[in-house]
Design a binder for this molecule. Structure first.
Ligand SMILES: [Zn+2]
Length: 327
């Protein structure tokens, strides 16, 4: 039996056991999210020539394949969807930094003390390449990084930190405060162990509304990298816009979605996963609805969720071909 089918059967059996047959069947049906209200957004004219040249690379460290109906509730498809564990390397004239951290070389040691259920369901992945190996390949040392910006404090977003000892971790204060009682102590303190002794630098999204999101933080002070709150998955899940001199604009979503269909339809993941990883259902659904409207208003901006392997690969293909073109 292939791994995908086995994981589907395991999930189905768990759903049946936990919820009863009627609710389990219902869990695969679409859940209607009200999208009729579309907020208006003040038109802002941005002159891309004022933005710097910024290099962006997704560094994929691990992945797991799940059937589409698990990644997208109501998608009646068993087609495999690759859920990736990645870091994003951003090379900006003012700072070289990561958005999330992928996975460290010793991740299996950190997973050793976890339960069988965690290692085989929520924490299941195939290791591909460590963060340190990616950095070495790029001829970089951890010390070349000014900081790592963490989208939120779930274990899989700080699991590369042991490969970058001493590099400051920039974290949304809302996320850090909420995580003291929840995320950081999950799975026998796994996120806290992974963060080790790296210094923590807190920031506030207390700047003006940005692109329809109610507040922001201009990370480098020049409007090229702007953080916005995308709450619900966790209290302080933080998205990041990158605006570049060539006019291309990228919006990283943390875990506000797993794959693009989550905001395009919009649809949550299967409730078995959704309820296990979401801190506030109503807020997380509202964020999906906000992203749904945003993506329709801004087809020119590339939105990428941190586990969406397909979107990350497509972005890197375009990125590589445009770099080859420049050379
Ligand atoms: Zn995640």
């Amino acid at each position: 039996m292939n791994t995908r089918l086995r994981s589907l059967l395991t999930l189905t059996a768990l759903s049946l056991g936990a919820m009863g047959t009627g609710r389990a069947v219902n869990s695969f049906l679409p859940r209607r999210l009200a999208t009729w209200y579309e907020p208006q957004e003040a038109a802002v004219h941005k002159d891309s020539t004022s933005f710097p040249k910024v290099d962006i690379s997704f560094l994929r460290c691990g992945s797991v394949s799940v059937p589409e109906l698990i990644a997208v509730r109501g998608a009646f498809s068993l087609a495999p969807r690759l859920i990736s564990h990645s870091a994003v390397l951003v090379r900006h004239p003012k700072a070289t930094f990561l958005y999330d951290t992928g996975m460290c070389m010793d991740i299996s040691l950190y997973m050793r003390d976890q339960s069988f259920f965690f290692r085989n369901v929520l924490g299941k992945f195939s290791f591909e390449q460590s963060l340190s190996s990616h950095l070495q390949y790029l001829d970089m040392k951890p010390g070349d990084l000014d900081f790592a910006l963490i989208s939120h404090l779930h274990w899989d977003h700080v699991s590369g930190v042991p490969d970058i000892p001493g590099v400051p971790l920039r974290i949304n204060r809302v996320e850090y405060d909420a995580a003291q009682q929840s995320s950081l102590v999950q799975h026998h303190n796994l996120p806290r162990q992974l963060m080790g002794d790296n210094p923590v630098e807190l920031f506030d999204c207390s700047g003006p509304s940005y692109e329809g999101f109610h507040s922001s933080h201009d990370l480098l002070g020049d409007g090229s990298v702007v953080l916005v709150p995308l709450p619900g998955h966790t209290a302080g899940n933080t998205g990041m816009f990158i605006n570049r001199s060539n006019g291309s604009r990228l919006f990283l979503l943390g875990d506000a979605a797993w794959v693009s269909e989550n905001y395009l339809r919009p649809a949550t993941m299967h409730p078995f996963i959704w309820s296990a990883v979401t801190s506030d259902d109503a807020t997380a659904c509202q964020t999906l609805i906000d992203l749904h409207h945003f993506s329709h208003r801004h087809p020119e901006i590339v939105l990428i969720a941190m586990h969406d392997a397909q979107a990350q690969e497509s972005f890197m293909k375009v990125e590589k071909s445009s770099m080859a073109h420049v050379r």
